[in-house]
Design a protein around this ligand. Structure first.
Ligand code: UDP
Ligand code: MG
Length: 337
C-alpha cells in the first residue's frame, strides 16, 4: 500500500473548508477505486485562524480518523504552514494544496499518473491565465518573474503554484532546506528533480477572501529575490565602482581647470548636488546590505519555523481521557446507588 498525505495550510477558511472536505473525499474515493494501492491521510494546518477553522478541524477529526491536524500558536504565514505539513506528513507521496479550491482536487488522479511510474518526481499545475485578478497585480507578477529569472540562477516558472504532488524523496530534500526565510517557489525549483507542469486556466476562490494584500505580495516578492539572488549586492558594488570612476574623472578635470584658469568661488550649487547624489547612492547601497544582514541575523537566531499549540493527537488523547473518566464516574455512581 502507498500512503498519500494531503497537506492543506488554512488561515480563516471556515467558509470553504466543508466544501473542500467534501470535494477531496469525493476525488480520493474515486482514486481509490482506480488505484487500489492508495491510502490517504489529510493533514490540515491551522495557521492561527481567528474564525472557526480549528473547530471544523476537530469536527472532521471526530468523524474521519484519516484527518490529522496541527494548529499553530499564532499566524506564522503560509510558508510555515506548508513546512509544518511536509514535516509531519507520513506519506510515500505528499500533496500540498490550498483550501480554497483554487487548486482543484480533480487534478490529483492525473498528477498521480505522472508520478506513479517514477518518470517524474513531482507533478504540479501552472496557470496560463490570471483570470479574476486585477490588471496591476498581473503586471507586477509578470515583472517579478522577469526580474527574478534574470538575476537568479534558480529558475522560477511563471504561473507555477504551490499545488504539488511529490515523492517522499523530494519532500525530504525540501525539508533539508531548513532556512527560516522560506520562499517555496524558489525552494521547489532549487531542489531540482523532474517536474511535470500541467497547464490550466485560473479558477477563482470557492468562498471566503484571500489573505494576501497587494503590499503583502510585494514584500513577499522582495523576500523571494533576496532569498534566491545576491544580485542586488552586486548591483550596489557596481554602482560604487561607476561613481568612483566618475569622481576620479571629475577630480582630474577640476585640477586641470584650476591650474589653467585659476580658482574662482562659484560652483556651490554643483557641489551640493554632487554631495546629495552620492550620499543618496551610498545610503541606498548600505540599505541593500542591511537587508541581507537582517536576513542573516534572523537565520543565525535559529528560531523555529512554527510553534504548534494543538494537534489531532493531543485532541484525541484528551477526548479519550475525558470519556474514560466519564465512564469511571458512571461506574462509581452506579456502585454508590
Ligand atoms: N494561508 C495560510 N496562512 C496565511 C495566508 C494564507 O495558511 O497567512 C493559506 C490559505 O488558507 C489558503 C492558501 O494559504 O489555503 C492560499 O491563500 P489565499 O487563497 O489567501 O492566497 P491566493 O490564492 O490569493 O494566493
Ligand atoms: Mg487562493
Amino acid at each position: 500500500m502507498k500512503l498519500v498525505s494531503i497537506v492543506v495550510p488554512c488561515y480563516n477558511e471556515q467558509e470553504v473548508l466543508p466544501l473542500f472536505y467534501d470535494e477531496i473525499i469525493r476525488v480520493t474515493n474515486d482514486m481509490k477505486s482506480e488505484f487500489p494501492e492508495l491510502d490517504f491521510e489529510f493533514l490540515f494546518v491551522n495557521d492561527g485562524s481567528k474564525d472557526r477553522t480549528l473547530e471544523i478541524f476537530r469536527e472532521l477529526a471526530d468523524k474521519d480518523k484519516r484527518v490529522r491536524y496541527i494548529s499553530f500558536s499564532r499566524n506564522f504565514g503560509k510558508e510555515s504552514g506548508m513546512y509544518a505539513g511536509l514535516k509531519n506528513s507520513k506519506g510515500d507521496y505528499v500533496v500540498v494544496m490550498d483550501a480554497d479550491l483554487q487548486h482543484p482536487p480533480a487534478f490529483l488522479p492525473e498528477m498521480y499518473r505522472y508520478v506513479r511510474n517514477g518518470e517524474y518526481d513531482c507533478a504540479t499545475t501552472r496557470r496560463v491565465s490570471r483570470k479574476g485578478e486585477s490588471k496591476i497585480r498581473s503586471w507586477f507578477a509578470m515583472k517579478f518573474y522577469q526580474i527574478m529569472n534574470k538575476i537568479s540562477q534558480t529558475e522560477i516558472v511563471d504561473g507555477a503554484q504551490d499545488f504539488r504532488f511529490m515523492t517522499r524523496q523530494m519532500v525530504d530534500s525540501i525539508l533539508s532546506m531548513s532556512e527560516y526565510n522560506r520562499f517555496s517557489k524558489g525552494i521547489f525549483s532549487w531542489v531540482g528533480f523532474n517536474v511535470k507542469y500541467i497547464e490550466y486556466e485560473n479558477v477563482e476562490r470557492a468562498a471566503g477572501t484571500t489573505a494576501w494584500s497587494f503590499w503583502g505580495l510585494f514584500k513577499y516578492s522582495l523576500e523571494g529575490i533576496m532569498a534566491f539572488s545576491t544580485a542586488p549586492l552586486a548591483i550596489s558594488s557596481l554602482l560604487g565602482v561607476i561613481t568612483c570612476i566618475i569622481a576620479f574623472i571629475a577630480i582630474i578635470a577640476t585640477v586641470v581647470k584650476t591650474l589653467v584658469f585659476g580658482e574662482d568661488v562659484s560652483g556651490y550649487p554643483t557641489t551640493l548636488c554632487v554631495i546629495l547624489l552620492f550620499s543618496g547612492i551610498q545610503l541606498f547601497c548600505t540599505g541593500i546590505l542591511g537587508q541581507y544582514l537582517s536576513k542573516t541575523y534572523l537565520e543565525t537566531k535559529g528560531r523555529p519555523i512554527y510553534i504548534a499549540k494543538e494537534t489531532d493527537e493531543i485532541y484525541r488523547n484528551k477526548k479519550a481521557e475525558a470519556s474514560e473518566t466519564d465512564a469511571q464516574d458512571n461506574t462509581g455512581d452506579s456502585a454508590s446507588e
